[in-house]
Design a protein around this ligand. Structure first.
Ligand code: FAQ
Length: 322
């Protein structure tokens, strides 16, 4: 159920004033006038982001009962719990744009909403947990550090807080990776296999290349995005290659070469057909992920109903007392 608190007809003077505020680097706050299209773009992007955090709990949650030590189990539990917090925090941010969270959740559960492609891949070994922290949280940080300067205040503030926690996740993941990479031959093979499987999907997290990204131009003009998908992807590759070298792991790309002139690690062609299949719902785990979220939602129904009944009772009491 979308309310449209700011359905003011968009006269050119207002639009120009809005763009001038953006160009001056001002932050747009929930009660400020904004073009309907700006609001819609933010709802789209923020809700996809919130869904990603929630679905993102599933691949890692798969290993909580099998973590190799109490210390690893505690930090994995904390990480998964953090992702839930990020999701709820971003849903709250989306609600400041006049959207009901229940409606967004329905869109996720009935398959209308997108969430990050990366969470449709399976976690086959313990090494995947390290590699997700290193590569997936690493990619999320590169993307979200820039989103922390987004023009919409509530989203930008959410990103600042979330990035602090993602940094911790990345370090924790890299520590698992470094430990396995310095371990027995079997551990080394396990972590190399995980890197081989997660590298390309991690690059896909940044979205289609700039020539194929329908939303980028508008988001850049409104300073929701400050960098393009390809710019962020390149930054991630540049940061990650030296880390792989440091722990003697190979990245599965024969075309990876350092260009001393541009100071970039150039990389091979991404399999865009795979990317589009995954976001169309045909990745290795799409169906499993949605089934797990639907079951969780159904199992939580009694909690929501009890909370609503309690809130209604409290409201009745305060009306009677007044
Ligand atoms: N997966 O025009 P663009 C995390 C869609 S981090 C699925 O380039 P845009 C932390 C896109 O939505 C992961 N769909 O789109 C964590 C659009 O579809 P639409 C989440 C994708 O918005 C770590 C269409 O393709 N992070 O969860 C993907 O300008 C570890 C055309 O694309 C965020 O969401 C994709 N990878 O740029 C949790 C960050 N890429 O709506 C647990 C915020 C593109 O037109 C464990 N979002 N699409 O039908 C963004 O920065 C942007 O939305 C991009 C896409 C960069 C993802």
């Amino acid at each position: 159920m979308e309310q449209k608190p700011q359905a003011t007809p968009e006269d050119p003077a207002k639009l120009a004033q809005f763009q001038a505020r953006i160009d001056a680097g001002e932050s747009i706050e929930p009660k400020d006038w904004m073009p309907e299209r700006y609001r819609k773009q933010l709802v789209r992007m923020m809700s996809q982001h919130a869904h990603s955090e929630i679905v993102g709990m599933l691949p890692e949650g798969n290993w909580i009962t099998r973590a190799p030590s109490l210390r690893r189990k505690m930090s994995l539990l904390a990480k998964v719990q953090d992702e839930a917090g990020h999701g709820l925090y971003i849903y709250c941010g989306t609600e400041t744009l006049g959207v009901d969270r229940a409606e967004l959740v329905d869109q996720l559960l009935d398959g209308r909403a997108k969430y990050s492609s990366i969470f449709n891949y399976p976690t086959l070994s313990w090494a995947d947990i390290g590699v997700i922290g290193w590569l997936v949280d690493g990619a999320a940080i590169v993307n979200q550090t820039v989103l922390a300067k987004a023009s919409y205040g509530p989203y930008a503030r959410a990103m600042i807080r979330i990035c602090k926690e993602e940094n911790f996740h990345k370090r924790q993941g890299f520590e698992i990776v470094a430990t396995l990479a310095a371990g027995t031959p079997a551990q080394q093979a396990m972590v190399q296999d995980a890197v081989n499987r997660w590298w390309w999907p991690s690059l896909m997290m940044f979205g289609p290349s700039d020539t194929d990204s329908p939303n980028s131009a508008e988001l850049l003009r409104w300073k929701v995005k400050h960098k393009t998908n390809d710019e962020l992807r390149q930054r991630f590759v540049n940061l990650t290659v030296p880390q792989a070298i440091a722990v003697n792991l190979t990245l599965p790309d024969p075309d990876l070469t350092y260009n001393a002139e541009t100071k970039n690690w150039e990389f091979g062609e991404i399999d865009w057909a795979e990317f589009h299949e995954v976001i169309r719902g045909n990745g290795p785990c799409n169906r499993e992920r949605l089934a797990a979220r639907r079951a969780a939602h159904e199992n939580g129904r009694w909690v929501r109903e009890a909370a609503e009944a309690h809130a209604a009772k409290q409201r009745r009491r305060s009306t009677e007392a007044a």
